[in-house]
Design a protein around this ligand. Structure first.
Ligand SMILES: C[S@@+](CC[C@H](N)C(=O)[O-])C[C@H]1O[C@@H](n2cnc3c(N)ncnc32)[C@H](O)[C@@H]1O
Length: 326
């Protein structure tokens, strides 16, 4: 399949423009007003929020600006993103604490800084734009090794998976991310063939090119390698397990009446949020009548038309929220 060179050039030019001198873009926070509303940030006389995926600090900055009486604890598994967040949030240093860690450990991480319960939790998972620009192989335009780790101290990279998984295991991974079974098998076979021919696939760009050469694989409106990249990224970062665990932890650390807001960008994530919320609305033990949370959004909330026009990356965003009721 031929690459549309003009399209590629337009993408590269847009990226350069957005990235300015640093070459790296800060992540634009999605659905700011809706997040602040659901968390009731402006209404509180004082309060503590935990941004469980603080990234480069976009949402946290908005929370701190919206109410001078609130504090934010920001957690992220990416230590380098936290350095960027610390610099960006320097004016609010007396009201923000940044912690390196996994959202699945939120309760323990909060206890380390003397906090048992909070007024609100925010989860906004998936790689940030800043990470995508950090040459970790998240993007198919990246002439960089296939790393894809959000936490640079973890052991398994996308390259590890491509080098070690069998055809059947790669196929399952791609199908899980939504690839058609027949395409998934052909792509998995091409990867295994390439690694025995040349020793491996050196870069993200090389993987995207390999997928595009697999006969019959088409992306439709998306790049043909989109689901392959999504599958590898989700596996490397255990994204679905982390999202589920993060929601459970968020529900645990909320005060009664506290709120949890979760943003997602793809259907597997949204399904996980919906199912985990549903599990938390069932009373945990027989004989107990009250569940832990009440779901506030029967259907997910979508960004406004204006936001979708201004920030194309927010187009697929969905917001779900819940309130702790006991
Ligand atoms: C989309 S970004 C967050 C952007 C942020 N809301 C903002 O407005 O700047 C997602 C962040 O979540 C972090 N992350 C993903 N999974 C995580 C986990 N299990 N524990 C902690 N952080 C995680 C990533 O490292 C990334 O920095």
């Amino acid at each position: 399949m031929a690459i549309d060179i003009q399209w590629l050039q337009r993408v590269i030019e847009r990226r350069k423009k957005e990235a300015g001198e640093t070459g790296v873009r800060l992540h634009p926070p999605a659905m700011i007003n809706e997040v602040l509303e659901f968390l009731r940030v402006r209404e509180l006389k004082k309060g503590v929020f935990v941004d469980m995926t603080v990234g480069t600090g976009g949402h946290t900055l908005e929370i701190l600006k919206a109410n001078p009486k609130v504090e934010v604890i920001g957690i992220d598994r990416d230590a380098v993103s936290l350095e960027v967040a610390a610099e960006r949030l320097a004016d609010f240093a007396d009201r923000v604490t940044l912690i390196w860690g996994d959202m699945r450990d939120t309760q323990r991480l909060l206890q380390q800084v003397g906090i048992d319960h909070v007024d609100g939790c925010l989860i906004d998972p998936g790689p940030s734009l800043w990470q995508i620009d950090s040459r970790r192989g998240f993007s198919f335009l990246d002439d960089a090794p296939l790393d894809m780790r959000m936490d640079q101290s973890s052991q398994v990279t996308a390259q590890t998976l491509l080098q070690t998984l069998s055809v059947g295991e790669l196929e399952r991974l791609f199908v899980h991310a939504g690839e058609r079974r027949s395409d998934a098998r052909r792509i998995a076979q091409a990867i295994v063939k390439e690694r025995s021919r040349s020793g491996g696939i050196p870069t993200a760009k090389a993987l995207a090119e390999l997928v595009m050469q697999v006969k019959g694989v088409r992306g439709g409106r998306i790049h043909p390698a989109t689901r392959v990249f999504l599958a590898l990224r989700m596996a490397v970062n255990e994204e679905i397990d982390a999202l589920k665990g993060g929601i459970m932890e968020g529900a645990k650390v909320l005060k009664r009446g506290g709120r949890l807001v979760v943003l997602t960008y793809q259907s597997l994530e949204d399904k996980t949020v919906k199912e985990t919320f549903a599990a938390l609305t069932h009373p945990p033990n027989k004989g107990e009548s009250r569940p832990l949370i009440r779901v506030l959004t029967k259907d997910p909330i979508r960004p406004s038309l204006q936001e979708r026009q201004q920030n194309p990356r927010a187009r697929s965003c969905k917001l779900r929220a819940a309130e702790r009721v006991k």
